[in-house]
Design a protein around this ligand. Structure first.
Ligand code: CFM
Length: 474
């Protein structure tokens, strides 16, 4: 599998080993792109920081919690809202964002006092919420504020409240992935085992690595509940703080995004002996196999089979309608992490699209290995891409649509390539049987919508026939 050198990155020779083209019969171990390394100077990476990975990806989907950022105000804004991790408590965690708003004087004289004042002020402003997560940033980490001590002091003074401290400053890892790791471990260390839950079923799971993007969690937990399973907690989408304190009492950890949350599953296995089962809620076949797998674990195969049959009968005809129209559509699969391998194979098999390129911003080599194993020959795989490489790839590969985030998506639009939001979705949820049909519908709309053709018009030169919307070139 030859490494691929981008023309635009010739001046950064270290980039050479970060992209490959999948060849025929490849031995995947011989030539994988490097992964999870520090970004190379000169390459303007699209990655997030470890603070963002901890707070925005994993912390803030928790719903009944004041999420307070201890740092300058910008860190808060830039990790707020854009991901659509909705919840069923009127989206409290989504509507508000909190910051201590550190200034220069706090950097000079310290800001523990400011932190304590902010914590008590926030609790007073929202008396119905008595759980809080406080997040360290680069600024508060560098000056060495002892956030654990401040949190403990407040908890001693206010016995009704509980505070989780997340020490994951932006520099604590090469990317957001470092922050995933930090917050996973911090949660087990500080909170798991501090609440004893009410057990209502013989089959009890934690649903882990699931962030309820546009309702993914609600779709999936509905299946589990229909099987008779108690979902003790979800780490962390639509998840409740106190439920997550009782994770030690589950019989099984059902893990969706292994990239961001395998750490806590592995720790729970070591500390409490709870087994880990990796599943996949995207795509009819992977989802059906996953439900069956969970069913087999508990002896609930029949219950699982019933759901699979009902849902497939209901949604498969619609999926097939889109699949017939999406056959051969060329896509770049450019998410942040695990969707690279969650989607690579199944979008081809179930929707007929061709994956011409895949990338991951912060995935580890194992993620790339799985992604490459699941995509077709000739696909261009890129680790930690930069914007110019993305543009070069789009010019060369001429995809019909790319699945990526808002910022690379805006770049794609300028090249008149359609983009679908792989992170926050366009019209999700995308998990579950119905969700998969929604994804297919979004791809179909992206590919067949005339909007890009229209947006490319120069109205000073082109004539638009207002009656039928067609364009006549002068
Ligand atoms: Fe897991 Fe995620 Fe992802 Fe991820 Fe993310 Fe995300 Fe993503 Mo954006 S936890 S690795 S850090 S599935 S925020 S919900 S969509 S890059 S592929």
């Amino acid at each position: 599998m030859p490494y691929h050198t981008f023309k635009c990155s010739k001046c950064i020779p270290e980039r050479t080993k970060h992209a490959v083209i999948k060849g025929h019969d490849e031995d995947l171990t011989s030539c994988l792109p490097l992964g999870y390394l520090n970004t190379i100077p000169g390459s303007i990476s699209e990655r997030g920081c470890a603070f963002c990975g901890a707070k925005h990806v994993i912390g803030t989907p928790m719903k009944d919690v004041i999420h307070l950022c201890h740092g300058p105000v910008g860190c808060t804004y830039d990790t707020w809202q854009t991901k659509r991790y909705i919840s069923d408590n009127d989206n409290f965690q989504f509507k508000y964002t909190f910051a201590t708003d550190m200034k220069e004087k706090h950097i000079v004289f310290g800001s523990e006092k400011l932190l304590k004042e902010s914590i008590t002020e926030a609790f007073k402003a929202f008396p119905e919420i008595n759980r809080m997560a406080i997040y360290q940033t680069c600024a508060s980490a560098l000056i060495g504020d002892d956030m654990d001590a401040v949190a403990q002091e407040v908890m001693n003074e206010m016995p009704d409240v509980d505070i989780f401290v997340c020490n994951s400053p932006g520099f604590a890892g090469p990317s957001q992935s470092g922050g995933h790791h930090k917050i996973n471990i911090a949660w087990v260390n500080q909170k798991v085992g501090t609440v004893e839950p009410k057990i209502t079923s013989d089959y009890v799971i934690n649903y882990v690595g699931e962030y309820n993007i546009q309702g993914d969690q609600e779709v999936m937990t509905d299946y589990f509940k229909r099987m008779g399973i108690q979902v003790l907690s979800t780490f962390t989408g639509n998840g409740s703080y106190d439920d997550l304190r009782s994770m030690h009492k589950a019989d099984l950890n059902v893990l969706e995004c292994a990239r961001s949350a395998e750490y806590i599953c592995n720790e729970l296995r070591v500390r409490y002996g709870t087994p880990r089962m990796d599943i996949d809620g995207f795509g009819f076949k992977p989802l059906s196999e996953s439900l069956l797998k969970v069913g087999l674990f508990f002896g609930l195969e029949e219950e699982a089979q019933k759901i699979i049959e009902e849902e497939t009968a209901r949604w498969k005809p619609e999926l097939d309608w889109y699949a017939r129209r999406l056959k051969g559509v060329k896509v770049c699969l450019w998410p942040g992490g695990s969707k690279l391998w969650h989607w690579a194979n199944v979008i081809h098999e179930e929707m007929g699209v061709e994956v011409v390129s895949l990338y991951t911003k912060f995935g580890h080599q194992g993620d790339m290995e799985k992604g490459i194993a699941r995509c077709g020959e000739g696909a261009l795989a890129i680790d930690d891409p930069n914007e110019l490489e993305g543009i070069e790839a789009m010019m060369e590969l001429q995809p019909d649509v790319i699945f990526t985030g808002v910022r690379p998506g805006e770049v794609a639009k300028k090249l008149r390539v359609q983009y679908l939001n792989a992170h926050a979705y366009h019209n999700g949820p995308y998990k579950g049987y119905e969700g998969w049909v929604r994804f297919a519908r979004d791809i179909y709309n992206a590919v067949y919508s005339p909007i890009h053709q229209l947006s490319g018009l120069d109205i000073s030169k082109d004539e638009i026939d207002m009656n039928n919307g067609f364009v006549t070139k002068n």
